[in-house]
Design a protein around this ligand. Structure first.
Ligand code: NDP
Length: 523
């Protein structure tokens, strides 16, 4: 006996169909089922300057992963400062004296393949919570198995077992000693996955990313045509969330440990700088995996398709470039001393505090809790926006904390080479671009409510650095709404995708923020 109660089709409202007295099905409020073409409209290829920009990144980003190695290794030092140095770097490409700089090595490819298989086996075998993802456009939700932390702990346990064996420290430098062939193996994996899901998406009729269904092969391949691809016949294995925080991020930790082993073999001890990098970068991965379920609300998962941008970023860029500091310190033994160590620990701690507190404030709020009794504004969309606490100081305080964390990773390398600071510059660009995309998407989601929020919280990333004051906004909009707290349901709506191109005025203001952050980094 079925009795359907319908609700109007808007936003996240649902229709509840009562099948029996005790069984309820929550269905999306589509009055008529949408066709494949309605669900997956054609998009305009405008992100990253369209096909030319995405094509350029597809070629340049892997190239830079190799360049970082050939311009920073113990044969040439780090970032050659003379023409002769650059010439030597160039000569070493394809003719590196050790296996570390050879382009291809079948053993390294096999080890990489085994590593990837290990991560899959851990996902399949180890226990983990099953978490329901956000509501998708087709009215379904995916269920994700969250056990990345156990994968990390098992990998660390095995590593420790190897290192504690006689000769184990030397043996563990194998990863460090096969850097370039491992890059190549990961690049093959990333490219193969991106190519496969791109082609398969034409046959599977799966849900597509709203931003990467342009019909331009270069653009769609990079941006990721399918939204949540999985291998054929394995619907529960979600490639995007799996790659996001497991094979790449955990490998980054293992590569750092291998670099530390290399330093130990050379020096007979570990420097304070190496210890800081190990702990800081290791903590970042650990912290991310403790909160693994929070990635389900990230733009990468909710909005972006899975293509070369994510497969390469997750599998190659993160493990082989984020740990550049540890690889540099393996052959450049920087000793910081107590004062510098204390300063760097203070910066890192501040970053972690802001990052974690801001993310927790929003996470709690979206989960219907408000332990700090923070102020918020009600929006017409139905959800609420925090206007005090960290989210009252800037619109992306978590990005600010994240950037300070990154500064703490780079400073232990001292000031011998700008190359070990590449991550800071890259991260500013990434975060500013991300902030623009998110602000655009929020504007689309919240309309004039977002304008009001922007006036209440005028700073974009760095609190009190951008122009405009919250007081001016309060004068215009009156006092913030009284906050008699009522529990808010979690926000399971899909993020709206922005089709609009950034205006030149906005681009200039982003440039200003960029310069401000760059100046801050020099202080
Ligand atoms: P955020 O976690 O900042 O989430 C943005 C969303 O939060 C908005 O779309 C909006 O969604 C909601 N929101 C915005 N303002 C408010 C408010 N005042 N109150 C309540 N909700 C609000 O974005 P990301 O997904 O980009 O980043 C997640 C984390 O990942 C960040 O900490 C970032 O630093 C980190 N990161 C790290 C990278 C790395 O390589 N190290 C790369 C990229 C990200 P809605 O209202 O619909 O809920």
């Amino acid at each position: 006996m079925a009795d359907a109660q319908s609700a109007p089709a808007s936003g996240e409202e649902t229709t509840t169909t009562v099948i029996t007295a005790t069984t309820h099905l929550t269905l999306p409020a589509h009055p008529t089922p949408l066709t494949y073409d309605q669900l997956n409209p054609k998009s305009i290829p405008h992100e990253f300057f369209g096909p030319i920009g995405t094509g350029g990144i597809t070629i340049l980003a892997p190239l830079f992963t190799y360049i970082f190695f050939y311009t920073c290794n113990d044969a040439v030092g780090c970032t050659p400062t003379s023409v002769g140095g650059w010439k030597r770097s160039w000569e070493l490409v394809g003719d590196f004296p050790t296996q570390a700089g050879k382009f291809w090595d079948w053993k390294a490819a096999a080890v990489y393949g085994a590593w990837y298989a290990f991560c899959i086996a851990c996902w399949a075998i180890l226990p983990g919570d099953k978490i329901e993802g956000n509501l998708l456009r087709d009215g379904t939700r995916k269920v994700y198995k969250m056990n990345g932390l156990y994968t990390l702990l098992l990998a660390l346990g095995i590593s420790l077992g190897v290192i504690l064996q006689p000769g184990g420290i030397q043996a563990y430098t194998w990863l460090h000693d096969h850097w370039v062939p491992l890059i190549s193996a990961s690049l093959v994996m990333a490219t193969a996955q991106a190519a496969f899901v791109y082609v398969w998406s034409y046959y599977s009729r799966e849900l597509l990313s709203l931003g990467a269904n342009s019909g331009n092969v270069v653009y769609d391949f990079f941006m990721g045509r399918p939204l949540n691809p999985h291998p054929p016949f394995f619907p529960s294995f979600d490639l995007k969330t799996f790659n996001e925080v497991r094979p790449g991020m955990i490998l980054w930790v293992l590569l750092n440990i291998s670099c530390a082993c290399e330093q130990y073999v050379r020096l007979g001890t570990l420097t304070d700088s190496m210890l800081l990098v190990l702990v800081f970068e290791g903590w970042y991965t650990f912290d991310c995996l403790i909160q693994e379920h929070t990635i389900l609300n990230q733009m990468d998962i909710t909005t972006d398709g899975f293509g070369f941008m994510l497969s390469f970023g997750d599998l190659t860029w993160v493990p082989f470039t984020y740990g550049l500091q540890a690889r540099f310190l393996a052959f450049n033994h920087v000793t910081l001393g107590p004062v510098w160590t204390a300063v760097i620990v203070a910066i890192e701690s501040a970053g972690i505090y802001i990052f974690r507190t801001a993310n927790n404030e929003k996470g709690n709020f979206r989960a219907g809790k408000n332990p700090k009794n923070l102020e918020f504004m009600q929006t017409e969309r139905g959800t609420r926006l925090l206007t005090s606490g960290w989210w009252g100081r800037s619109r992306h305080p978590n990005y600010f904390g994240d950037w300070l964390i990154a500064l703490g990773w780079c400073l232990p390398t001292g000031f011998h080479t700008p190359l070990t600071y590449y991550y800071l510059v890259f991260f500013i660009i990434l975060l500013v671009h991300r902030q623009m995309r998110d602000d655009e998407a929020c504007k689309k989601k919240y309309g004039k409510d977002w304008d009001k929020y922007c006036e209440l919280v005028p700073y974009k990333i760095v609190p009190y650095v951008d122009r405009g004051t919250a007081d001016e906004a309060r004068e215009k909009w009156g006092q913030r709404e009284a906050t008699k707290w009522t529990v808010e349901g979690d926000n399971k709506g899909n993020r709206a995708w922005t089709e609009g191109r950034m205006g030149s005025k906005q681009a200039i203001s982003e440039g200003i923020v960029l310069v401000q952050i760059t100046l801050l980094s020099r202080l």
